[in-house]
Ligand binder design. Structure first.
Ligand code: BES
Ligand code: MN
Ligand code: ZN
Length: 491
C-alpha cells in the first residue's frame, strides 16, 4: 500500500492507457502515443497476458502501463473505479511511482468524459489504497505503507477529475477511519473532538450540544438512549458556509452516530452485538461528506447534524416500558431499547427542522437489521416522498455507484407506529415491515412538506468480504453520494 496518492508533475511518469476486450489492433487515438513510446503500447497489447479484461495489466518497459477496460458494453464509471482499485494494488508491487493518466483516449465520451474518467479512476485508487493498520502493534506481520504514487495527465480535464477523485476518496477514508476506531476509543466526546479538529483543518464551523444542554432542550430521545453509558451523549453540528452559495439551497445531512449499540436492556444476543461499533456509520458518512464539500468548495450551504451516543446497560439506562418526550413534544413508548437509532435521530431531525430551517434533509443511518435481510449488501434502503429529491438522490447514486432502492412510506405505515399509552412506540409488537417502521417513526419528526430522504445503510456500510475497492471493514458508503447530491443541488 502506498503511504500517499497525490497529484503533481512528476519528471518521468509512465503513461497509463486502457483497451477493452477484443481489441485486434491499436486504435487511432493511441497511435501517436505509441510512436512516442517506441511501439511499446502495441507491444503491451500483443502480450499473452493481455485480454482486455478488467484488471488485466501489462507493464512494458518502465514507461507504459496498459490496463484492461473490460467489455465495451459494460464499461461505466463503476468499472473505471474498479480498474483504479485493482491497478493501485498492482502498481505498488511493481514499485511504480508516477503515472500520466491517458485512459480518456480510449474511454468513449458516451461512457465518461475526460473529467469523469480521471475522477473515477482516482476514486478507485484512493479507496483501494486504504486499510485498517492504525492498530498494528509490535507483533504485526503487515509491512508498513510505503512510497508515494503521483498522478498527473497531459489532459487538463483528466487532471481536474483526478484532483476531485482523490479528495472524495480521502474524505471517504476519513469516514472509514472514524468508523474503524473501536468503541473503547471512539466514544461520543472523541467523535466531537474529531469533528472539531476536522472543522479547523478544512474550514467548517463546529458546535457541540452537550449532554446538559440536550437535557435542558428536552431532547428526550438522545438523553434517554445515551444516559446509560458513562460516556454521555452529545449532538455535533457542522456547517459548510460557502462565500457565494447558490440561492435557495440549504441542505441538512443528519447521521446516526451510535458509537456502540449493545441493544441496551433489550440486549443483543451474543453474536449479533459484535460489529456494533459500526453503528455510527451514518454519522461517519455525513462527517466525510462535509469534509469533501469544504475541500471541494461546493457552493451550497450545508449543515451536518450528528446525534452521538452509546447504548449500554446500567442502573441509569432507559428500559422497555419507559415513556419519553421527544424534542418536538411527541411522546414515545419505548417497547424495545434496541430501536435506539430512531430515538436519537428523531430529536436530531426535529431540532434540525426548527433551528436550521433547511430546504431539504437527508438522514443516513444503520437503522435496521431488516434492511440487511431485505436488500443485503447490494444497496441501501431509501425512503422519500418528494419526487424531485428522490430523483436527485437516485441520479447521484447512479453516478457514484452507491446504490439505493426506494421503498414505500404510506399513511398506513405511519398509523402502524401509533401506540396505546403514548403517541407512538419506537417499535411495533411485530417485526413486520421492519425497515419501513423505522422510516415511519422518523417521519413524525420531520416538518410536513419538507423534502426529506431517509437512507438505511445497515447492509452496505461495512463489508465482510474484500472487493475491488474495499478491504474487510467500513466502506464509507454515503460520503460520495451525499457530496454529489449536495453539489448538484440548485445546479
Ligand atoms: N443498529 C441496529 C441495526 C443494525 C443491525 C445495523 C445489524 C447493522 C447490522 C439497530 O439499532 C437495531 O438494533 N435495530 C433493531 C430494531 C428492532 C429492535 C426494532 C433490529 O433491526 O433488529
Ligand atoms: Mn439497536
Ligand atoms: Zn443501532
Amino acid at each position: 500500500m502506498y503511504r500517499t496518492i497525490r497529484t503533481g508533475s512528476p519528471r518521468k511518469p509512465a503513461v497509463l492507457v486502457g483497451l477493452p476486450t477484443g481489441t485486434s489492433r491499436l486504435p487511432k487515438s493511441l497511435q501517436q502515443l505509441d510512436e512516442a513510446h517506441g511501439g511499446r503500447l502495441n507491444q503491451a497489447r500483443r502480450s499473452r497476458m493481455f485480454n482486455g479484461k478488467i484488471g488485466d495489466l501489462v507493464i512494458e518497459g518502465d514507461d507504459v502501463v496498459l490496463v484492461g477496460l473490460g467489455d465495451r458494453e459494460s464499461l461505466d464509471l463503476d468499472a473505471i473505479r474498479r480498474i483504479g482499485g485493482r491497478l493501485v494494488r498492482h502498481l505498488h508491487e511493481a514499485d511504480l511511482h508516477a503515472l500520466d493518466v491517458q485512459l480518456d483516449l480510449t474511454v468513449p465520451e458516451s461512457v465518461a468524459d475526460a473529467d469523469a474518467t480521471g475522477q473515477s479512476l482516482a476514486e478507485g485508487m484512493g479507496l483501494a489504497n486504504w486499510r485498517v493498520d492504525f492498530f498494528d502493534g509490535k507483533a504485526t506481520n503487515r509491512s508498513a505503507a510505503s512510497g508515494t504514487l503521483t498522478l498527473t495527465s497531459t489532459c487538463r480535464d483528466v487532471r481536474g477529475g483526478i484532483r476531485r477523485g482523490l479528495i472524495l476518496a480521502e474524505s471517504t477514508n476519513e469516514a472509514r477511519r472514524i468508523s474503524a476506531t473501536p468503541p473503547n476509543i471512539c466514544i461520543p466526546s472523541w467523535v466531537a473532538q474529531q469533528a472539531r479538529a476536522a472543522a479547523r483543518r478544512v474550514g467548517l464551523q463546529c458546535k457541540v450540544i452537550s449532554f446538559a444542554e440536550a437535557k435542558r432542550l428536552g431532547m428526550g430521545g438522545l438523553v434517554n438512549v445515551g444516559k446509560g453509558s458513562a460516556h454521555k451523549p452529545c449532538m455535533i453540528v457542522l456547517e459548510h458556509r460557502p462565500s457565494r452559495p447558490r440561492p435557495g439551497q440549504h441542505i441538512a445531512l443528519v447521521g446516526k452516530t451510535m458509537t456502540y449499540d449493545s441493544g441496551g436492556y433489550s440486549l443483543k444476543i451474543s453474536n449479533t452485538m459484535k460489529g456494533m461499533k459500526y453503528d455510527m456509520n451514518g454519522g461517519a458518512a455525513v462527517f466525510g461528506a462535509m469534509i469533501a464539500l469544504a475541500r471541494l468548495k461546493v457552493p451550497v450551504h450545508t449543515h451536518a447534524v450528528l446525534p452521538c451516543a452509546e447504548n449500554l446497560v446500567s442502573g441509569e439506562a432507559y428500559r422497555p416500558d419507559d415513556i419519553i418526550k421527544m424534542y418536538n413534544g411527541v411522546t414515545v413508548e419505548v417497547t424495545n431499547t434496541d430501536a435506539e437509532g430512531r430515538l436519537i435521530l428523531g430529536d436530531a431531525l426535529s431540532w434540525t427542522c426548527r433551528k436550521l430551517k433547511p430546504t431539504a434533509i437527508i438522514d443516513v443511518a444503520t437503522l435496521t437489521g431488516g434492511v440487511v435481510v431485505g436488500l443485503g449488501h447490494f444497496c441501501a434502503g431509501m425512503w422519500c416522498r418528494d419526487d424531485d429529491l428522490r430523483q436527485r438522490v437516485e441520479t447521484a447514486a447512479q453516478s457514484t455507484g452507491e446504490r439505493v432502492w426506494h421503498l414505500p412510506l404510506w399513511e398506513e405505515h405511519r398509523t402502524f407506529m401509533r401506540a396505546r399509552h403514548a403517541d407512538i412506540w419506537n417499535s411495533g409488537p411485530s417485526r413486520n415491515a421492519h425497515p419501513i417502521q423505522g422510516a415511519a417513526f422518523l417521519s413524525y419528526f420531520v416538518d410536513e412538506g419538507l423534502p426529506w430522504t431517509h437512507l438505511d445503510i445497515a447492509g452496505v456500510s461495512a463489508v465482510e468480504k474484500q472487493d475491488d475497492l474495499h478491504v474487510v471493514g467500513p466502506t464509507g458508503f454515503g460520503v460520495r453520494l451525499l457530496a454529489e447530491v449536495v453539489a448538484r443541488s440548485g445546479a
